[in-house]
Design a protein around this ligand. Structure first.
Ligand code: ATP
Ligand code: MG
Length: 388
């Protein structure tokens, strides 16, 4: 038996000239995710309506994919029947019974009819569904204002009957917003930043600066877990692990103590610039939030961003930590992020860091360190891991 889904999109419908491009993205994203999961499927798209058919025994996995796909506003498992009144009513009762089994009683029926040759108008069809469900499911009540469930019937080339759609992520299909390089640490913020950009349609590659043995293998494993989680939203992700120990030791040895964090961030940004060029990314994404730590003042962001000509996107810049934590919990990254680990930046961080970098002065301090050969070598040794 097949499971059949109606997929609702939102923002894509507002695209006028290039809507087809967004629809094609959505289709290819859905296709590749289902294919990677080994789920046989059929996708049908008519303007404004999208349908997915998968084997019923794979429906739970397919729903997980639908629920994590940017660009989808909602989806509903639907019964597809002939365009005969009796068949539609029978399907409506089936939908109602499933909801009643969950303890829900107050309902309303909504019908749409694009095929005007169907024997009842949409208003009459809704009334008829109400009547039949009331008779078939004792204890149910019609409630047009605050129903606990809705029975939808759509009469088109076929008839479709379904309950309330499950919410999707909304946003735009991955890939429609170009590609970004996400600076991914093991903390709470950067995975959320990556998720937020993915939801706006950005494909991601991630870059992690690893300072082994100052940061442990566990710290790296944690970042891999976070990247894997992100891939459930992006469909696919490439994680670059850049060995950063040599650069950090040099900074620790030669830099003024209060500048070490800034010098490290600047070096990371320089590597991010080179890596972005190499992979064809068009922006750099970080989890920075204004004022959260010393390195995240506007002055210091100006300094670090001066080491790249790509736009540095910081989706969390104006967010409160609690709001970020709430998103992290919702998307499933929080429990991974709070696993104990050593953040390289904490290990090397000064007690009294510079809060307000002066661009010219601090850039000169950076240049004086002569980090470039170490950074090039680190980039050369970067490990590439594909996750999906
Ligand atoms: P996070 O929770 O994402 O670690 P944070 O609040 O701890 O952020 P910082 O540690 O100052 O802030 O890092 C700021 C940003 O710099 C991070 O959000 C991330 O994008 C990037 N970053 C920091 N450390 C690393 C690292 N080791 N590898 C890759 N990116 C990093
Ligand atoms: Mg951190």
């Amino acid at each position: 038996m097949d499971a059949f889904y109606l997929i609702k999109v939102g923002e894509i419908l507002l695209k006028l000239g290039n809507r087809k491009e967004f629809e094609d993205r959505l289709r290819s994203q859905l296709h590749s995710r289902l294919e990677r999961a080994g789920i046989g499927h059929k996708i049908d798209m008519t303007p404004g309506r999208y349908f997915l058919t998968v084997p019923a025994e794979r429906s739970a996995e397919a729903e997980r994919i639908l629920s994590r796909m940017p660009g989808i506003n909602g989806y509903a498992r639907a019964i597809k029947t002939e365009k005969r009144l009796a068949a539609v009513l029978e399907a409506a009762v089936e939908v109602a019974r499933a909801r009643v089994a969950q303890g829900k009683t107050r309902f309303k029926a909504e019908s749409r009819r694009s095929d005007k040759s169907f024997e009842l108008g949409s208003f009459e069809l809704s009334a008829k569904i109400g009547e039949v469900v009331l008779a078939a499911c004792p204890g149910t009540k019609v409630d047009l204002h605050s129903p606990e469930f809705t029975i939808n019937a759509e009469i088109r080339e076929r008839a479709y009957v379904f309950g309330d759609p499950e919410p999707g992520l909304r946003g735009l299909p991955v890939g429609s917003g170009g590609k970004g390089l996400l600076l991914l640490s093991g903390g709470i913020d950067s995975p959320v930043a990556g998720y937020m950009m993915a939801r706006r349609g950005m494909a991601l590659e991630a870059c992690y600066f690893h300072a082994y043995p100052y940061t442990s293998q566990e710290a790296q494993d944690k970042v891999i877990s976070l990247a894997r989680l992100l891939s459930s939203y992006t469909g696919h992700i490439v994680l670059w692990t850049v060995p950063f120990t040599e650069a950090q030791l040099k900074i620790k040895k030669d830099s003024r103590m209060d500048l070490t964090t800034l010098m490290m961030r600047s070096g990371m940004m320089r590597v991010a610039q080179l890596l972005s060029e190499r992979i064809g990314a068009n922006c750099i994404v970080t989890g920075e939030s204004l004022g959260q730590v010393a390195s995240q003042t506007a002055e210091n962001m100006r300094l670090t961003a001066s080491f790249t000509d790509f736009p540095v996107l910081r989706p969390l810049v104006g967010m409160d930590k609690e709001d970020t934590v709430a998103i992290a919990k919702r998307i499933g990254s929080f429990d991974i992020s709070i696993l104990p680990y050593e953040d390289c930046c904490v290990l090397f961080s000064p007690k009294h860091p510079m809060l307000k970098a002066k661009l010219g002065r601090e850039r000169a301090a950076y240049e004086a360190l002569g980090l470039e050969p170490l950074l090039l070598e680190a980039l050369d040794k970067a490990e590439r891991l594909e996750l999906s």
